[in-house]
Design a protein around this ligand. Sequence first.
Ligand SMILES: Nc1ncnc2c1ncn2[C@@H]1O[C@H](COP(=O)(O)OP(=O)(O)OP(=O)(O)O)[C@@H](O)[C@H]1O
Ligand SMILES: [Mg+2]
Length: 475
Amino acid sequence: MHERHEIALLVVDDDDELRGSMARMFTRHGFQTQEAADGDAALTAAQCRTFDVAILDLKLPGLSGIELLQKFRDSHSECEVIVLTDEGTIEMAVQAMKLGAYDFLTKPFPARDLEKLIAKAYERGQLRRENLRLKTLLQRSQPKSEMIGQSPAMQEVFRLIERAGPSDKAILIQGESGTGKELVARALHYSSLRADRPMVVINCAALPETLLESELFGHEKGAFTGAVSAKAGLFETADGGTLFIDEIGEMPGPLQAKLLRVLEDGSLRRVGSLKERRVDVRLLAATNRDLIRDVEAGRFRQDLFYRINVMSLDLPPLRERRGDIPLLVAHFLGPHWELADEALQRINAYPWPGNVRQLLNAIERAKIMADDNLVRVHDLPREVIQGRSGRQRPAGIVSGDADREPAACPGGDPPDIWQLDDLWALERAKVVEVLRRERGNKMRAARALGIDRRKLYRLMEKLKIQTSEWCGDSR
Ligand SMILES: Nc1ncnc2c1ncn2[C@@H]1O[C@H](COP(=O)(O)OP(=O)(O)OP(=O)(O)O)[C@@H](O)[C@H]1O
Ligand SMILES: [Mg+2]
């Protein structure tokens, strides 16, 4: 059974004396009570905290009680409303009940009965939330983004998602690059009560400090050069939902302090503004760094670390759950595709330093290269064939093309793991270059690329290469 002190109560009445005496009585009897003298005050109060039950007078200055009910309903407020009015007509009662009011009473109403009703209304609210939770649990059995994994380590991850998803706790997701941190964040969001609200993603490594600040917290018009209009930050966009902060270890110190404040008291100020805004956001964060070491080295605030790490979820690297590799391969290949035994052996033997993402890219690439929906060893990236994971250039797309250097990587050494996009850009550039050189003769271009004509057509289609790209300057 619930305790009264768990129940947050809002008393809305323009009659100061009546409101005051009700509020005092409810407080004395153990409820957490707050007062509002009109509709606007009630709305503001409800934006600042969640009320379980509201006692609502209908005749109010400004916003009427019915309009207020409407607003509560539109904002998916969880508050149960008991209407308590002096001259209620049947028509009004019907309208109020249609708008979801829990009960419709006329003054005067015995205080003792009112308290019983409040308790019942609170229970209905609890029940509604529980229903919603069950509904989300059900939805989860039809996952939006499929996460594959049979290994004990992944089963543990799924169990944690199931347990921790619906709680509102901040969770720190740790794991090497490409292990599925963002996928886990989505799964957590979709298994939470916030599933029908937005999940907003921001990557701290992708933005310079000033931009990161205004993206997260918003800014007022004229707050800095270029701020031509006011803009809400991602915290405001995510209100009611989830904010996923990726690579949180890269967040600069001053922003760490500002983030801590939002997490501590749920309020923020836009850049260039003094106004406090309240937000209700669940925070998920991810990092591929050892944050504890950053804390020890003074690079990451300890107090913030504890705030974002109420719970942590560690994603194991792919090489530590090799049993999942064949499942992932089958999933990424999709129906109608087959894999030669030897190709699977090479895939199984490879260490996959770029984890699931690297595996996904390798399979995507092999599907482009393969004939007849069968992936063979020579369709795999060179490093996988050779079983090495060291720093190296990606294999050129084209077999039999070893005499030509792959296009240079802008900005020095290429990363170990090539994003599919990068790989495609390289491959595209190469194919377009050969087509241009051969003046569009597909037969000769295919021969120069060491592939047959059919495969060239498939490549051009897959890479969306337009005729205009290679015939432009040769005509
Ligand atoms: N268990 C899994 N089942 C299916 N697909 C997965 C799984 N894990 C990861 N993926 C896929 O691999 C890719 C990389 O995953 P994700 O972006 O979540 O990794 P990450 O840990 O956030 O990587 P990074 O640190 O590089 O940002 C995505 O396309 C994702 O859908
Ligand atoms: Mg990521």
